[in-house]
Design a protein around this ligand. Structure first.
Ligand code: N01
Length: 865
C-alpha cells in the first residue's frame, strides 16, 4: 500500500546510484538485513553504462577483470564476448546481475535526489527527491560514480547551434544516424577517441576539434585473451585475490626496469610487447620510473609519437596529433580502434584548436579564428566534472548546515576517500582520495562496498549509530594523498585528475595514487585498530581512537620495504670493518647526484696528519668567488667518507651556489673522541685561511654536516667561538647528534625499523666515546654554552631517533639568542632526506636547506640549479 506523500519513509540506508557500486552496495546491505532504498535518475540500472551510449563506447580494462567477483556463480554464468566489451554488453551484464539478485525492487528509477540534510537530534539524514518525496535514513551512501557529472560546454555560443547536438555522456537511447551529414566532434579524450572512427564511417564530412592531443594505444580488441582465460580457469579465486592486492586492480608484476638505464634493445622490446598487448596497465608499466622520471617518461612518449607518425599519412596532421604538452600517463591514456588511421580518410579533418581556437559556435556551425565551418550535427565529447562534481551537486549539508560544496570549495577533503568530517554516516564509494579512477574500478568498488558493509556490521554489533572521521585523521589522509601524488609527474598535467578541465575548479590531485594494494592495507588497518581516526557514538557508548593512518612519505616507506626485503644483518651486530663494507656496497648503484661545475680532491693538514677533502664548485664562469661551506659526512663517527655523502654534497653545492668542501675526519673506533671534533675544528680554520685559493669569498664561511657530521660541525662552531675566530656565517645541522642522553621520546618512538635504530646509535657512541666523556660539550654540544653561536638551520626528521634532540638544540639555541630555522622533514627518516634522486620527497626539504644556506651569506649569488 502506498503511503501518503507527506509521511516520510524510513530506511536504514539510502544509496544514490544504481551502477556497479550502487548495485553491489544494495546487495551487501540487504545481506546485513538492513532496509535500503536506492535512487537513480536513470531509467534503469547501469550508471555510467546507462548514459554513455555513444558509438564505440567500451571499457578500457579487459572485461575479464572489469567484472564483479563477489558471486562465483555469477562468474560462471556470464561470459564476456570480447577482450573489451561494448557498452550494450556491459549494460546487459548489469541488468543480468540486478535480475539475478532481485535488486530492482529496492530501486526507484527516474528519481533524482535533490538534497540531503543531517538531522543531528534525530541522528538521521533527511533526503528529498525531484518527485517531491522525503525519506529518512541512518546511512546515506553515494554510489554516484567518478565520471557521471558532464562538464557543461564552456564554449562561446554553445546554446545557439540550430542543428543536432549530442553529448557522448548523454547519448540518445535511439542512437544517432550521421549518414550523409557534416559532423563536428569537440574533444579528443577517451569518449572522442572511441567514437570518432565510428562516426567517420557514417558522416559525409567529419571535423574533429582538438584542444589537447592525447596519447592512445591500439586496444587490439578481439576475443578475451586466451592466457587470461586460462589463468582464470586454473584458479579464479587466486586470480581475484591477486587483483585485490595488486597496484591497479589487475594482476601484474610491476617491472623494476628503469627507462633511463635500460639498453635501447630492452626499451624497444618492452615497449613493443606492451603495445601489442594493448592494455592500459601494461603500457604504464614499460619502465618502473616512467611515472616519476621525466627522462624515462619521454622515452615511452616518443615511442608512442613515432607510432602516431607512422599511422597518419599527412605529416602536419600527424604532428598535431602527437601529444607534447604533458607526460605520458598524466592524463588518462586512451585505448582505441583505428583512431589515428581515421585521419587518413579523405572526409576527415583535424582542427588544432591551439593554432585555430574556436571563437564561437554559431547557428549553423563553428567559427574558429580563421575559418567558418557549417555542420549538421555537433558532438560534445568534452568530459566530466570528475570525482567531486556529482557529490557536490547532490546538495548535501552535514552538521551545522555546512554543505559539501562549502567545505570542499578549496578542494575535496576526505578520510580514505570514504567519509568527510562534519558529515556523519555519509559514505562515498570510490570518492576523492581513493584509488578509484586510477584503478580497475570494479575491484575498487567491491573493496569500498565491503569496507562500508563491514563497518556498519561492526557498528551494529557494538551498539553504535554514528560514525564520522576526526579532523586530524582526515587532514593526515589528505596530506598522504597529496604526498603520493607529489612524487609523481601527475600533478604537472592539466588533467581532470587535477580538476584542471573545469574552469574555476581548485587544482588538487583527486585520486589516491599509492596503489590499490597499499590503499586496501590502510583501510584494513584502520578497521583493525578500532576504526582509527573515526569518532563513533551510539547506545553502546562513544569512542574515538584518534590518529593518522599514514604519515610517512610514500617513497620513504618504499625504501624501507626494499631494505627490509634485503634481510641485512643489523649493523650493530657487525664489526666496524664489516659495517663499512656493507655501507659501501649499498651505495654502489645509487644515482650520482646533480652535475656541478667542478669536483677536485685534495688534502688538508689536520692536527694529527693529513685529512682528505673533496671540493665541489658550482657551475658558472670560472674564477668567480663563492661563499664557502665546510661539510662533514654522517656515519656515527665510525662509517662514511668522502664518497658516502658525495650525492648530497653535489646537491648542496648546486642548490646553494656555494663552494662545498667535504672533509673526511678520523674515525672511531681506531681513533676515538675527541679526534673527529678536533679535525673538524682544524678543517674550518684551514678553510677560512685558504678561502681565496678554494674559490671562496673571505669571511663568507658556513659549516654543515649530517648526523655525526652535524655533531662535529656544531662542536666546531663552539670551539671557533671560544677561539675567537674565524667568523662562521651559519651552521647547517641535518639530523644532528647533539646529545648523548638517549631517553628522549623519539628514541623510543623511532627505536627500530627506520634504518638508524636506537641500538645502532648506542653502538656508535660506544665506538666513539667513553661514557665519562659523553657529557663533554665536545661530544654533546647541547650541553655547551650556546651564547654567541652562528645562526643555525636544523633539520629534524619525524621518524628519526635523533629528532627530539635536534629540536631541543634548536630551542636551546633560540633561548641563547641564536637565530634558528628549524626545518621539519615531514614523513622522513634519519637517512631519507639525504638520498638524492632516490627519495623524491626529500627534494623539497633539500630545497629549503639550500635556501637556508644561501640566507647565511650576506651576498649570495643565485644557485646554479
Ligand atoms: O573526457 P576527457 P572523456 N574546448 O576529459 C576537450 C573515462 N572514459 O569523456 O584535454 C575544446 O578525457 C578536452 O580538451 P583538454 C576515462 O577515464 C573511459 O573523453 O581539456 N575542447 C579533451 O580533449 C576518461 O579519461 C572510457 O584540453 C574541450 C576532451 O574534450 C574519462 O572517462 C571511455 C573543451 C575531454 O576529454 C573522461 O573521458 C570514455 C573546450 N571548451 C571515458 N572542453 C573507456 O574506455 C573540453 N575539451 C572505459
Amino acid at each position: 500500500m502506498n503511503k501518503p506523500a507527506s509521511v516520510p519513509e524510513h530506511f536504514d540506508a539510502v544509496v544514490v546510484g544504481a551502477g556497479f557500486s550502487g548495485l553491489y552496495m544494495l546487495y551487501r546491505l540487504r545481506q546485513l538485513g538492513l532496509s535500503v532504498k536506492v535512487f537513480d535518475s536513470a531509467g534503469d540500472v547501469g550508471g555510467t553504462w546507462y548514459w554513455n551510449r555513444y558509438p564505440g563506447a567500451r571499457c578500457d580494462i579487459p572485461t575479464t577483470d572489469y567484472t564483479y567477483s563477489f558471486d562465483p556463480e555469477l562468474e560462471k554464468e556470464w561470459t564476456w564476448s570480447e577482450k573489451y566489451a561494448t557498452q550494450p554488453e556491459i549494460l546487459e551484464y548489469l541488468r543480468f546481475v540486478a535480475d539475478r539478485h532481485g535488486l530492482r525492487s529496492d530501486i526507484e528509477f527516474s528519481t533524482a535526489v535533490t538534497s540531503a540534510r543531517w538531522d543531528e537530534p534525530a541522528k538521521r539524514w533527511r533526503i528529498t527527491t525531484d518527485r517531491g518525496k522525503e525519506v529518512r535514513c541512518r546511512y546515506y551512501i553515494m554510489a554516484t560514480g567518478c565520471l557521471s557529472m558532464p562538464k557543461s560546454p564552456d564554449i562561446e555560443g554553445a546554446g545557439r547551434f540550430a542543428g543536432q547536438v549530442y553529448f557522448t555522456s548523454r547519448w540518445p537511447h535511439e542512437g544517432a544516424d550521421f549518414t550523409g551529414q557534416r559532423v563536428a566532434v569537440i574533444g579528443t579524450g577517451s569518449s572522442g577517441i572511441q567514437s570518432i572512427p565510428l562516426i567517420a564511417r557514417q558522416a559525409r564530412q567529419l571535423t574533429v576539434f582538438q584542444r589537447t592531443a592525447n596519447f592512445s594505444i591500439p586496444a587490439h580488441n578481439g576475443p578475451a585473451p586466451a592466457d587470461r582465460l586460462e589463468q582464470l580457469d586454473e584458479g579464479r579465486d587466486a586470480y581475484r585475490h591477486a587483483a585485490r592486492w595488486s597496484r591497479g586492480g589487475v594482476p601484474l608484476e610491476p617491472t623494476d626496469v628503469l627507462g633511463v638505464t635500460a639498453s635501447e634493445s630492452v626499451r624497444q622490446e618492452r615497449f613493443e610487447t606492451a603495445w601489442e598487448q594493448g592494455e592500459l596497465f601494461g603500457i604504464l608499466n614499460v619502465f618502473a620510473d616512467q611515472g616519476v622520471n621525466p627522462a624515462s617518461n619521454d622515452i615511452v612518449a616518443e615511442m608512442i609519437r613515432e607510432k602516431i607518425r607512422s599511422a597518419v599519412k599527412d605529416p602536419e596532421t600527424a604532428e598535431a596529433l602527437c601529444p607534447k604538452d604533458h607526460y605520458f600517463g598524466t592524463k588518462r591514456p586512451c585505448l582505441d580502434t583505428g583512431y589515428f588511421e581515421t585521419y587518413n580518410l579523405p572526409h576527415v579533418r583535424l582542427v588544432d584548436l591551439r593554432k585555430h581556437p574556436i571563437v564561437s559556435i554559431t547557428e549553423d556551425g563553428i567559427e574558429t579564428a580563421d575559418e567558418s565551418f557549417g555542420f549538421d550535427a555537433i558532438v560534445y565529447a568534452t568530459g566530466f566534472d570528475a570525482m567531486t562534481g556529482a557529490l557536490v551537486a547532490a546538495d548535501v549539508a552535514g552538521r551545522d548546515g555546512l554543505s559539501l560544496e562549502e567545505k570542499w570549495a578549496p578542494g575535496p577533503s576526505t578520510y580514505l576517500g570514504l567519509m568527510t568530517a562534519g558529515f556523519p554516516n555519509f559514505f562515498m564509494l570510490t570518492g576523492p582520495g581513493s584509488p578509484s579512477v586510477l584503478s580497475n574500478m570494479t575491484v575498487s568498488i567491491e573493496q569500498h562496498v565491503d569496507w562500508v558493509a563491514r563497518c556498519l556490521e561492526d557498528m551494529r554489533d557494538e551498539g553504535l549509530e554514528t560514525i564520522e572521521p576526526t579532523a586530524l585523521a582526515e587532514a593526515g589522509w589528505d596530506q598522504h594523498v597529496q604526498d603520493c601524488g607529489a612524487i609523481t609527474l601527475y600533478p604537472t598535467a592539466n588533467s581532470w585528475y587535477m580538476g584542471a578541465n573545469v574552469p574555476g575548479k581548485p587544482r588538487v590531485f583527486l585520486p589516491y595514487i599509492g596503489g590499490v594494494d597499499a590503499y586496501r592495507q590502510a583501510c584494513d588497518e584502520v578497521a583493525a585498530q578500532d576504526y582509527l581516526g573515526f569518532r563513533m557514538t551510539g547506545p553502546g557508548g562513544a569512542r574515538c581512537r584518534d590518529g593518522v593512518v599514514r604519515s610517512m612519505q610514500p617513497d620513504v616507506a618504499m625504501v624501507l620495504e626494499f631494505v627490509a626485503a634485503l634481510g641485512l644483518p643489523p649493523m650493530e651486530t657487525l664489526s666496524a670493518a664489516d659495517a663499512r663494507a656493507l655501507m659501501a656496497a649499498t651505495a654502489e648503484d645509487r644515482p650520482p647526484g646533480p652535475e656541478v661545475g667542478e669536483v677536485t680532491d685534495g688534502v688538508i693538514p689536520g692536527p694529527a696528519g693529513d685529512l682528505p677533502y673533496r671540493l665541489y664548485r658550482p657551475a658558472g664562469p670560472p674564477g668567480g668567488s663563492r661563499p664557502l661551506v665546510v661539510y662533514f659526512h654522517g656515519g656515527g663517527w665510525v662509517l662514511g667518507n668522502l664518497d658516502s655523502d658525495d650525492p648530497l654534497c653535489r646537491d648542496l653545492c648546486a642548490r646553494s651556489g656555494a663552494v662545498v668542501v667535504s672533509v673526511n675526519y678520523r674515525h672511531a673506533p681506531e681513533v676515538r673522541f675527541p679526534a673527529a671534533a678536533l679535525d673538524a675544528f682544524a678543517a674550518v680554520q684551514w678553510a677560512d685561511a685558504n678561502a681565496i685559493e678554494l674559490g671562496g669569498i673571505p669571511g663568507q664561511l658556513a659549516v654543515a654536516g649530517w648526523s655525526a657530521g652535524a655533531n662535529v660541525a656544531a662542536v666546531a662552531c663552539q670551539l671557533t667561538r671560544d677561539a675567537a675566530g674565524p667568523h662562521i656565517c651559519g651552521q647547517l645541522l641535518i639530523c644532528p647528534v647533539v646529545d648523548s642522553d638517549m631517553t628522549r621520546p623519539s628514541y623510543e618512538e623511532n627505536a627500530d625499523g627506520y634504518i638508524l635504530t636506537t641500538a645502532l646509535m648506542r653502538w656508535f657512541w660506544d665506538h666513539y666515546a667513553d661514557p665519562a666523556d659523553r657529557g663533554d660539550p665536545v661530544a654533546a654540544p647541547l650541553r655547551g654554552d650556546l651564547q654567541g653561536l652562528p645562526p643555525a638551520c636544523i633539520v629534524a626528521a619525524d621518524f628519526d631517533p635523533l629528532r627530539d634532540e635536534g629540536v631541543a638544540y634548536a630551542r636551546a639555541l633560540e633561548a641563547a639568542g641564536v637565530p634558528v630555522r628549524l626545518t621539519r622533514a615531514r614523513g622522513h627518516t634519519h637517512t631519507s632526506v639525504t638520498m638524492v634522486d632516490v627519495v623524491i620527497s626529500g627534494a623539497p626539504v633539500r630545497a629549503e636547506i639550500g635556501e637556508a644556506l644561501r640566507d647565511f651569506f650576506p651576498s649570495a649569488e643565485p644557485p646554479g640549479m
